[in-house]
Design a protein around this ligand. Structure first.
Ligand SMILES: *Cc1c(COP(=O)(O)O)cnc(C)c1O
Length: 454
């Protein structure tokens, strides 16, 4: 099969680089009995994905690609993306802190969030971070808080209400979505046009139609509607008021095999087909891709602690479960993951294939990352790899059962050699206790002293 030009990887290189990396990680002691779970980031893969994105938009005159921080909220990964030339999309005070610590220029940071506090708005405006208001009420707050000479680019998020994709929870442009100003609601267009007419500093329209499960034509239809609104605002104001369109992220990722599909080139083609003027340079363009830049550039490896049989089902109990693959265990049909089997030495397993469940360590019956999956028969001490987990997996930890956040390593291939750099150490049980109130251990015994007059 001919690979699309912006897919800088082949099926063979994806699979063999994971195998080389697992083997080297075992040799280097990063995986094993005392280190039963880790995440791995393909550093060159991330750079190649950014290069593919740039290449696809090469004909768009003025474009700022930002990385959606929530897809991999780790400072060294964000710094890698900054070094590769992206900006950063953030959606909370915590993500803004990470983006600043990673070294992004505030002018290349975009703050989106449906619940910005006055304090967060004030801080973003002081820094010159771009901000997209999620509602007209938020615009009123900005009116009150905006300092003289504010450097922030200011926009408003609209919901084009074009409908959802195959995963309800990933569809941000349904009729009743909580995000943005609902564009098709009665009177909304007029209110938006008026909001721009009254505020000379309001220059950007933003939309994020949806993510995994949303087909490209649906995303394109939503963004074409945003373009039409920009033209209507400009016509009403009588000059070019809207200077940039922030198109959001949401390119779906193929979790079925190593092929990158759809590609950024297909995304650009879909947008151009829906609205030929959308990317012609009259508006500066901002993108906010998350999953598509990192998902296929990361994997999770976990030790098989035990195997057992239950009711005729083989179950491998591993250390990767809902704490790192939360969506997969809670919504297994929407978020299936490929799993590969490796022996204790990190070489691919060649045992006969049997159907088995790959379960996690949580005390929760749904904690199964792959159900009834045909895989080489797993045994105690083996390793499993959960593929394509570079986005939203090891950086969106669920602290159920007080399981530690796993170590994350970046890796670089140099021929047959793999070098590792630690991105984040595994959390220790001491740290878990500390963030669970250790310093206030007596709070409920002595913390009320003198208040109740007992
Ligand atoms: C999550 C999010 C993104 C990134 O979405 P992906 O599907 O990871 O590309 C972009 N913009 C906004 C506003 C988001 O909430």
């Amino acid at each position: 099969m001919a690979l699309p030009t912006d897919s800088h990887r082949s099926e063979a290189s994806g699979a063999s680089s994971v195998a080389l990396t697992v083997r080297q990680a075992v040799t280097d002691g990063l995986l094993g009995e005392d280190r039963p779970l880790a995440g791995f980031v393909d550093v060159q893969g991330v750079r190649d994905s950014v290069a593919g994105l740039r290449e696809a938009f090469a004909r768009v005159p003025d474009v700022l690609h930002t990385f959606a921080a929530k897809a991999c909220a780790l400072v060294p990964v964000l710094r890698l993306l900054a070094d590769a030339g992206t900006g950063c999309e953030v959606a909370s005070a915590g993500e803004l802190r990470l983006a600043l610590d990673a070294g992004f220029d505030p002018a290349h940071i975009v703050l989106d969030s449906p619940a910005k506090t006055r304090r967060e708005i004030r801080e973003a405006l002081a820094l010159g971070v771009a901000l997209n208001a999620d509602s007209l009420d938020e615009l009123d707050r900005i009116d009150a808080l905006r300092p003289e000479g504010c450097a922030s680019v200011l926009g408003v998020r609209v919901n084009p209400q074009v409908g959802g994709g195959s995963i309800g929870a990933m569809s941000t442009a349904t009729a009743t979505s909580k995000f943005g100003v609902a564009l098709r609601d009665a009177g909304a267009r007029a209110r938006l046009v008026e909001a721009f007419a009254r505020r000379p500093w309001l220059t950007r329209l933003h939309a994020h139609v949806g993510s995994q499960g949303c087909p490209l034509p649906l995303i394109a239809e939503g963004l074409a509607a945003v373009h039409r609104l920009a033209e209507e605002i400009d016509a009403h104001v009588g000059h070019r008021r809207v200077t940039s369109l922030d198109l959001g992220g949401g390119l779906p990722v193929n979790f079925a095999d190593d092929t990158v599909t759809p590609t950024y080139a297909q995304y650009v083609a879909a947008l151009t087909a829906a609205e030929p003027a959308l990317l012609d340079g009259r508006y500066q363009v901002v993108t906010e891709f998350g999953r598509s830049l990192v998902a296929k550039n990361g994997f999770t490896a976990a030790l098989v602690e035990y195997v057992k049989d239950a009711g005729g089902r083989r179950v491998a109990v591993t250390h990767a479960g809902g704490q790192v693959a939360t969506r997969t265990v809670l919504m297994p049909d929407a978020w299936p993951l490929r799993v590969s089997a490796f022996g204790p030495d990190g070489t691919p397993k060649r045992t006969p294939v049997v159907r088995q469940d790959v379960a996690g360590p949580l005390c929760f019956a749904g904690d199964v990352v792959a159900h009834d999956r045909p895989l080489p028969e797993l045994a105690e001490g083996d390793l499993v790899v959960l593929h394509d987990t570079g986005g939203y997996y090891f950086s969106a930890h669920w602290s159920y059962n007080s399981l530690p956040r796993p170590a994350v390593y970046g890796y670089l291939l140099d021929g047959e050699r793999v070098a590792f750099a630690t991105v984040r150490s595994a959390q220790t049980v001491r740290e878990i206790s500390e963030e669970s109130g250790l310093a206030r251990a007596d709070a409920l015994l002595t913390g009320f002293a003198g208040r109740c007059g007992s």
